[in-house]
Design a protein around this ligand. Structure first.
Ligand SMILES: [Zn+2]
Length: 276
């Protein structure tokens, strides 16, 4: 049951339009049985108490929350960072998701600090660089190590996953172009139908199990979302996106010829990202 702030409800909830006494405090959006209008339960930042508001008041409360959050230091610095990256005024939604992404990244990094692989790599890099490496540098090297291993094992599915993680890491660092290039590689690999063959013993080399098996499955939702997001963020038009996609994938091939050529792979991707 509700606790803390939720308990401090008004003693007698009333419809904010017609004042009729309501049977109970509403959960969220509710239609008044007496007047047929919708009312909402919202907490206000000024009182931190929940109250019942009209549709019009709802937008006022939402504005109040925006003002409340935008005064917080993490929102202020996120806003500045985004202004610089986007070259325009970011929306509140963009700032909020940026902050949330940073928070989840922070938690992840906190957990990393006790990971033995992370600790070992940090030590290695410190020796190599002659200084303390950044968290980004350590994570990047760990992913690189994994990538090399997957490549030599021909574990292309895993290889593709690591590329995806690299794309996310670059994005979290604000390296959007590099991130897009990485996600383009993921999409390209995705069209090839990547298999993991590392576990197959040598006597089975003639097994029908192939490294790449193209299929008609749609591309992964995650990679599509990232690509759409980055193309939008960087304001890259379709023709330019195609050029980048082909260039990146022609240059980045760490494997022999792949069954699906870059231009067909682009057509498959374009079909999915340019639907309205
Ligand atoms: Zn009413």
């Amino acid at each position: 049951m509700p606790f803390g702030l939720f308990e401090k409800k008004e003693p007698e909830p009333k419809c904010p339009y017609c004042n009729v006494v309501l049977p109970k405090f509403p959960g969220a959006k509710t239609k008044c049985k007496a007047c047929g209008k919708y009312y909402y339960a919202r907490r206000r930042p000024s009182t931190m108490k929940k109250s019942i508001v009209t549709e019009e008041e709802l937008s006022v409360v939402e504005k109040e929350w925006e003002t409340y959050f935008l005064a917080k230091p993490e929102y202020i610095s996120a806003k500045k960072e985004l202004e610089r990256l986007l070259n325009r005024e970011p929306s509140f939604y963009e700032i909020k998701s940026w902050v949330n992404e940073k928070i989840s990244l922070g938690k992840e990094q906190e957990a990393l600090k006790s990971d033995p692989n992370f600790i070992a790599m940090k030590k290695d890099l410190a020796v190599q660089f002659g200084r303390n490496p950044s968290i980004f540098e350590v994570r990047w090297e760990l992913l690189n190590k994994e990538l090399v291993k997957n490549r030599s094992n021909k574990d292309w599915g895993l290889y593709c996953c690591v590329k995806h993680k690299m794309g996310e890491l670059l994005k979290s660092e604000g390296q959007f172009e590099e991130s897009l290039a990485m996600f383009f590689q993921v999409a390209y690999l995705d069209t090839q139908g990547c298999n993991n063959v590392g576990g197959i013993p040598i006597e089975n080399v003639n097994s029908p199990f192939k490294e790449f098996e193209p299929n008609n499955y749609p591309l992964g939702v995650g990679v599509l979302f990232e690509i759409k997001d980055l193309l939008d963020l960087l304001k890259i038009p379709k023709e330019k996106a195609k050029t980048i996609f082909i260039k990146v994938n022609e240059e980045a091939k760490p494997y022999q010829e792949l069954p699906i050529p870059t231009d067909s792979a682009w057509r498959k991707l374009a079909k999915e990202i340019y639907v309205n």
